[in-house]
Every structure is written in structure tokens, then in C-alpha cells.
Design a protein around this ligand. Structure first.
Ligand SMILES: [Zn+2]
Length: 153
């Protein structure tokens, strides 16, 4: 009954198998093939198929050292990209009104909770706006007048 499993196990002995880069290749190939269906451009479809073949080639490859190098390169690239994304973007944040408050327990707000917020005075209307601390560079929108400004928390 589990014969095919045993055969698969035997087949996979000494072969590389699946990794993060392999996962990325499979997903990328699916996206490209789907896209090629939408835009009906044959080259895009072939590129998707090529990605898929490459993904399967890596899984059954016996050159484990080379595949691990590829995966490490991919992971390094991904880490670099996500760092860049984090540093480069400005998050939008709708500031909480200190009177009506924002979130649970905002009215009155206990000491412990206030310690997690930074307070800003709106440069347009003077309303005190509170935003959570440690969000990096954020765009704060005043709840009273809708004026927005960029600041660090
Ligand atoms: Zn304002």
C-alpha cells in the first residue's frame, strides 16, 4: 500500500529536496503562468514553465552543496530586500484623540498604557494626538482637523 512512498523515499535518497528558494520558485512559476494566461504572451508562459522545471530540477538534484549555496544567496537577497522595505516606507497612522481616545481603555488611559504612547501637538489646530511608541517614521493624521505630519516615535 505504501509502496509508492517507499519508492519515492528511495528516489529522494541523496537528492536535495525542497527549501525556501524552491518554494519561491514554485510560487513564482505559478504566478508567471497565471499571468501568461491573462496577457496571452507565449514567452511569459514558457518562462513560467522554465521556472517550474528549474524548481523540480533543484528538488531532485544530487549537487546538494550547490543547491544550498543558491538557497543561501536567495535568503540573503530576501533579507536585504525586506530590510530596505522596512527602512524606506512611511507607515500611515491615524493619531488617537487624547479626549475621545483610541483603542481599549483610552478614556483616562492608565499609566502603564500611556507609557507605550508618544504625544504630539497638532501643528495645525493644537490638538494633542497620541500614537504608539516604536513605530519608526510614521505619518500621523490629526483626528480633529485631518492635518497630517510625518514624525518619528
Ligand atoms: Zn489638528
Amino acid at each position: 500500500m505504501n509502496n509508492w512512498r517507499a519508492k519515492l523515499y528511495q528516489f529522494m535518497q541523496g537528492r536535495y529536496g525542497f527549501d525556501a528558494f524552491g518554494q519561491f520558485l514554485i510560487i513564482a512559476s505559478m504566478v508567471v503562468i497565471l499571468l501568461s494566461n491573462l496577457i496571452r504572451f507565449r514567452f511569459v508562459y514558457l518562462a513560467g514553465i522554465a521556472l517550474l522545471i528549474y524548481a523540480y530540477f533543484r528538488i531532485i538534484s544530487r549537487n546538494i552543496y550547490k543547491r544550498q549555496r543558491e538557497n543561501q544567496k536567495y535568503l540573503a537577497l530576501r533579507a536585504k530586500f525586506s530590510r530596505k522595505k522596512k527602512g524606506g516606507t512611511v507607515n500611515n497612522w491615524k493619531g488617537g484623540n487624547t479626549n475621545t481616545g483610541y483603542g481599549p481603555g483610552a478614556a483616562g488611559g492608565n499609566e502603564n498604557e500611556n507609557a507605550q504612547f508618544s504625544f504630539y501637538r497638532c501643528r495645525n489646530c493644537g490638538q494633542t494626538v497620541r500614537v504608539p511608541k516604536g513605530k519608526g517614521t510614521i505619518k500621523i493624521t490629526c483626528p480633529s482637523c485631518g492635518n497630517s505630519f510625518i514624525d518619528r516615535t
